[in-house]
Design a protein around this ligand. Structure first.
Ligand code: ZN
Length: 240
């Protein structure tokens, strides 16, 4: 193979590598995984909220229950005073009885409040269970998608690795300055660094070159530069 032929083969491999990388990048599983991860993050936020709601409701329940218990203790101790017979003043007794009745009303109200809060906590836990189920489903879907992505991506990756090995081997067969010119053109021209001059047309930029330029290129070295796109131009026998 001439240097020009090696260059063209190298350009072919690089093109195929780009195609394989794009295919890898555009695997539908990849987009699906990204979308799903976004959704899972939303569910995780909803879970945090539901969990905070449950904990808040639980703490309000125990606060109301504690308060009801302390009011109950107070009422019981006042009741004891009444039953002890130590309080004999009728006015004082009447006050105590009123106070006990008020304490019992307060306790009833607190117990009622605690029950309402328990219902809320229960509803919160129901919500949390739903969120947890959605989260588990999302994660299992994600795992399946990752599995498929690995399988299809692995094939493409394998192909890319093979092409890369081939292009590296081709690159080693070229003189360093020719390879450097090719790499520079490839870097500045969207990955395509070489064209072939055929029938007066540069295969990279597909431009018909003026006849006199084609003529002088044909008489020059095998490896030239496209006067239009500035890529490395391989001038072969068929270009004349
Ligand atoms: Zn060109």
């Amino acid at each position: 193979m001439t240097d020009g032929e090696i260059l063209l083969a190298l350009g072919e491999r690089d093109l195929e590598i780009m195609r394989a990388e794009r295919a890898l990048d555009e695997l539908p599983e990849k987009t699906a995984i990204l979308k799903l991860r976004h959704r899972i993050a939303e569910i995780e936020r909803a879970r945090e909220q539901a969990d905070a709601y449950c904990r808040k409701a639980d703490s309000l329940v125990s606060r109301a229950q504690d308060e009801a218990a302390s009011v109950q203790d107070k009422a019981a101790s006042e009741q004891e005073k009444v039953l002890s017979g130590q309080v004999t003043n009728p006015k004082e007794l009447q006050n105590l009885t009123r106070e006990i009745a008020a304490l019992e009303r307060r306790r009833d109200a607190l117990e009622h409040e605690a029950l309402g809060l328990m219902e809320k906590a229960e509803a919160g836990r129901g919500q949390l269970a739903k969120v947890d189920a959605a989260l588990a489903e999302g994660r299992s879907k994600e795992a399946a998608l990752i599995e498929r992505f690995k399988e299809r991506g692995g094939q493409l990756q394998h192909e890319t690795d093979r092409l890369r090995a081939e292009r590296d081997a081709l690159g080693k067969r070229l003189p360093a300055d020719v390879l450097a010119r090719y790499e520079a053109a490839r870097a500045s021209k969207h990955g395509i660094g070489v064209g072939r001059l055929a029938n007066g047309v540069c295969s990279a930029c597909r431009t018909q070159l003026p006849a006199d330029r084609t003529q002088s290129l044909a008489q020059g070295p095998e490896i030239a530069e496209c006067p239009n796109c500035r890529r490395v131009l391989v001038v072969g026998a068929e270009s004349t």
